[in-house]
Design a protein around this ligand. Structure first.
Ligand code: MN
Ligand code: MN
Length: 426
């Protein structure tokens, strides 16, 4: 809709009042004088003059960062529908601190970086071929997706049985609270992966590390515990390693055989191959794979959706009744508006490597604003994935009731998709 008064189409009003008089009088006075129909009045209220790109009042002659402005057009010049204060829901991994070590690096986005992200924290980690994220566990559960390359993961189930597996791009793993595990980069070029924890307050730097534990236990106690001499403990590590370089491990079957022992390997599958799974829903606009504990049994506290939106497509207007949503953008670019109730709404732009967050039940959409596929993760602290779409809500509500609310005609109502599409167009 245009903000220009000249486009006002109410001919009667134009006849009665000159343009100057019309502007001078204001809509309230016009309505009171009976010169403005109810419809024209409603239209006039929404058509405030609003700066557009190129207008003087939209310009920003002071200090700024052109690259950031260009990547965030909906912050530089917000849509007119944005209003009020909405807590910031974007944080790029690109500006989080990177902890560098020989063998790889780690960076995290937690509640300390992104204040709204109370229920989930994320870690982006790179390991070289042979690089090890050392043996450890933590109080949060860990879900992960391999973003690049190959790794070997090890774990021990609650019955003390061993798990060793190799994972590649697109594969997932999940380690419950307190279950010890490790990750090691394989050839040819190690790996990079995203870790997702079911606690926004989590920190990857405050986990139970094997080396840290040993470094803080008296040597004579270690000797007694292992049934060896104190001398044998002489070269025991004296500080934590976290990430370190080691030789690339041998064949998977060798490691599986050597760790099985008399108990045998764990019957629990801590990994999941998304590549072997067909899309849960596929439309002209894109596709989604939903992976929760109904598919990936061990993942009882984290549910995921892997969403692809083609250029011009949109992850439809929807909300999640059961949990906050933590997002990670994997490819392309898009924008999202979060409607935060009480007339408040904010639109932010996202690129690969960004984290997004939506509080439980708040409506949102994600639109592909680029020329390539937009791919992102929707993550929830929940055993099951749940969402409701605006279209399915309206389609399953009496037509007359919906039309009375929205001012749309029957043909428009009938055109609304009858069931959840997930990614439009259908
Ligand atoms: Mn871990
Ligand atoms: Mn969502």
């Amino acid at each position: 809709m245009s903000g220009d008064m000249n486009t006002m189409s109410n001919e009667t009003t134009k006849e009665v009042v000159s343009r100057r008089g019309f502007i001078g009088m204001g809509s309230a006075a016009l309505a009171a004088a009976g010169m403005l129909s109810a419809e024209a009045g409603a239209q006039e209220q929404t058509e405030k003059p609003y700066p557009k790109k190129g207008d003087k009042s939209a310009s920003a002659p002071g200090p700024g960062n052109r690259e950031i402005d260009e990547q965030n057009p909906d912050s530089f010049l917000p849509p007119q529908t944005d209003a009020g204060g909405v807590q910031t829901f974007k944080y790029p991994f690109g500006i989080s601190h990177k902890r560098m070590q020989e063998g790889g690096w780690s960076r995290e986005v937690t509640i300390r970086e992104l204040a709204v992200s109370k229920s989930i924290a994320g870690v982006d980690m790179r390991l070289t071929a042979g690089g090890v994220r050392e043996l450890h566990w933590h109080t949060a559960a860990e879900w992960s997706i391999m973003l690049y390359g190959n790794a070997r993961i090890t774990g021990l189930d609650a019955d003390g049985k061993s798990f060793v597996d190799d994972v590649s791009e697109g594969d997932l793993w999940y380690f419950p609270t307190g279950i010890p595990h490790s990750i090691q980069g394989l050839g040819p070029d190690g790996c990079e992966f995203l870790l997702v924890f079911d606690d926004g307050n989590f920190s990857e730097y405050e986990t139970v590390l094997l080396t840290d534990w040993m470094a803080h236990t008296p040597r004579e106690v270690l000797a007694k515990n292992f049934g060896v001499s104190e001398q044998a403990m002489g070269k025991m590590v004296r500080r934590e390693k976290f990430i370190f370089q080691a030789p690339v491990p041998g064949p998977l079957t060798t490691d599986q055989k050597s760790t099985a022992g008399s108990l045998g390997l764990s019957p629990v599958d801590f990994s999941f191959r998304t590549g072997k799974m067909p899309p849960t829903k596929k439309t002209k606009g894109g596709e989604v794979k939903i992976i929760d504990s109904s598919k990936f049994k061990i993942s009882t506290t984290i549910a995921a959706a892997i969403v692809t939106v083609h250029p011009g497509g949109i992850r439809e207007l929807h909300w999640h009744p059961n949990a906050d949503e933590w997002q990670y953008y994997m490819a392309g670019q898009g924008r999202m508006t979060v409607f935060a109730t009480g007339g408040r709404a904010r639109t932010m732009d996202f690129q690969a490597g960004d984290v997004g967050y939506i509080q439980k039940t708040l409506p949102h959409y994600v639109e592909n604003t680029g020329a390539t596929d937009l791919k992102f993760l929707e993550m929830f602290k929940s055993a099951s994935y749940q969402d409701l779409a605006l279209s399915e809500w309206l389609a399953h509500t009496p037509a007359e009731l919906v039309m009375a609310h929205l001012g749309i005609d029957k043909a428009t109502y009938d055109a609304i998709p009858k069931s959840e599409t997930v990614v439009m167009p259908e």
